[in-house]
Design a protein around this ligand. Structure first.
Ligand code: SF4
Ligand code: SF4
Length: 488
């Protein structure tokens, strides 16, 4: 047995005006789960503690709670000392018990056809990954789109897709999904990452439903315009100034000995809208011994088309990009756009390795920059944090230059075609991001995605800087100090 202390958010609507936090210390066995802690509190300290459970084996989904902010099943999560345990982010009935029913009632039910055809093997295989839901609603509780729109949420979309695939169902699941907010999903992937059954809702339900919706003429007008621009120019944003690709030679040699050679995949935003961030990154790479090859015939990675379900032209773009790097014998392709990186890593089959700039710089180690007297916060781009699992590396790099303060890793609202297709939703999520930046007390915001960079700029009065720019500022300060020292 061991002693374990946890803090639990309490609220009894019949007694309390506000929720409050209460700390308990209980004796539990080694390896105890969070649910065992609840039982121990209930049985030995406070029998009024309310929590829900049934199977206690990860099968029924009824014991979902948040532990240190993350939705988990209490019966499966190992209890850790000094954890804070709260209800999932839904209407609270009492303590850790939330009102699931209104949300479960919104999830579509099967509507059997009079004459049924059994699903074919291919249909069964497609349905399978969508069928494992245990209705814990962890996904719904983290969905940013649900917070600011009337979106029914990830598991409702999962069910629409599951039914759309079933030949025995007679519902019009595609138009229902469009009505229920299909185009409000920001592709943040938060639902997938918290799902105890690991159901890949963004890729296996939402993007697929959007592709069906495209065939039925439901694609949003702004998304159609972006697709037309890509077909016409190979790029998803219009040209307004000299592009990055026009400003650089095909090969950038490092200033010192070559430590590594990479191909650089620039992406539309860094090529045409945030050129300076990409130019700053090239300077950082050259300073750190990285030889960069930049094929000029590369085009849009196709993420704006995949995320919005417009798939007709995707293979053409993929082929052009793969060929541009393969032709030069490049075995490692570097990305600095979180969206391009996640697309190249997860939606392509590449004959080369794809690496994000934060991974590359931390892997090889960099020349230490000078420190700047700045307090900064870091915004996790969804497609870097959840799409590529990159959390610590950008923080490690940023801490070389600035003092870093944390803020919650929430979606800024720029992804999934939401900024172009649903600007009001994007603005509402951007505003929320801006408020968290303000609360953090930081003087600047650092990020590592051009979409986030561009979008957040509109929702904070603090400067928003790319991680590469911050490193370069550290190097410039170092050079300045060295030059001043030399003169002195
Ligand atoms: S990807 Fe993000 S926005 Fe889309 S359904 Fe999942 S949690 Fe919601
Ligand atoms: S999809 Fe996953 S997270 Fe969402 S309700 Fe079902 S099991 Fe829970």
């Amino acid at each position: 047995m061991k002693a374990l202390t946890v803090t639990i958010r309490r609220f009894d609507p019949d007694r309390d005006r506000e929720p409050y936090y209460q700390t308990f210390t209980v004796q539990v066995n080694e390896g105890a789960r969070v649910l065992h802690v609840f039982h121990a509190i209930h049985d030995t300290i406070d029998p009024t503690l309310s929590y829900r459970y049934s199977c206690a084996s990860g099968q029924c989904g009824s014991c979902a709670v948040r532990v240190n902010g993350e939705p988990v099943l209490a019966c499966m999560e190992e209890a850790r000392n000094h954890s804070t345990i709260e209800p999932i982010n839904l209407s609270v009935k009492k303590d850790l018990v939330v009102d699931l029913l209104p949300k479960l009632e919104e999830i579509a039910s099967f509507l059997p056809k009079k004459e049924t055809t059994l699903p074919k093997k291919q249909e069964i295989d497609a349905i399978k990954p969508l069928r494992d839901c245990i209705e814990c609603l962890c996904c719904l509780s983290v969905c940013p789109a649900v917070d600011v729109t009337k979106f029914l949420g990830p598991t409702a979309m999962r069910q629409e897709m599951r039914l759309a695939l079933d030949p025995r169902d007679r519902g019009d699941r595609v138009s229902d999904a469009v009505r229920d907010g299909l185009f409000t999903c920001t592709s943040c992937q938060a639902c997938w990452k918290v799902c105890p059954k690991e159901i890949e809702i963004p890729g296996k339900a939402i993007e697929k439903l959007r592709a069906y919706a495209n065939k039925r003429g439901f694609t949003l007008p702004r998304h159609l315009e972006v697709a037309a621009l890509i077909r016409e120019t190979g790029r998803s944003v219009p040209r307004t100034a000299e592009s990055f690709l026009e400003q650089v030679p095909e090969v950038l040699e490092p200033y010192g000995p070559v430590k590594a050679t990479v191909g650089f995949f620039v992406g539309c935003m860094y090529n045409l809208r945030q050129q300076q961030s990409a130019l700053d990154a090239m300077e950082v790479l050259r300073r750190n011994g990285i030889r960069v090859i930049i094929p000029k015939e590369q085009v849009c990675c196709s993420s704006p088309l995949i995320r919005t379900g417009q798939l007709d032209y995707v293979d053409t773009l993929k082929k052009r990009n793969i060929e541009a790097f393969r032709f030069r014998g490049i075995d490692t392709v570097l990305t600095m756009c979180a969206g391009c990186g996640t697309t190249l890593k997860n939606d392509y089959k590449t004959p080369f390795k794809v690496i994000d700039i934060n991974e590359l710089l931390t892997q090889y180690g960099i020349e230490p920059p000078a420190r700047l007297p700045i307090k900064a916060t870091y915004h996790d781009p969804c497609h870097l944090l959840r799409g590529q699992g990159i959390r610590d590396q950008p923080r490690e790099l940023a801490r070389l230059v600035v003092e870093l303060v944390e803020m919650p890793a929430i979606c800024c609202g720029s992804g999934g075609g939401v900024r172009s297709g649903n600007p009001e939703e994007a603005a509402a999520l951007g505003k929320r991001r801006g408020e968290e930046i303000k609360k953090s007390g930081a003087e600047i915001v650092i990020t590592s995605c051009p979409f986030c960079e561009f979008h957040i700029m509109g929702h904070t009065d603090k400067p928003v800087k790319n991680i590469a720019t911050v490193l370069l500022e550290g190097y410039r300060e170092k050079d300045r100090k060295k030059a001043a020292g030399t003169k002195n």
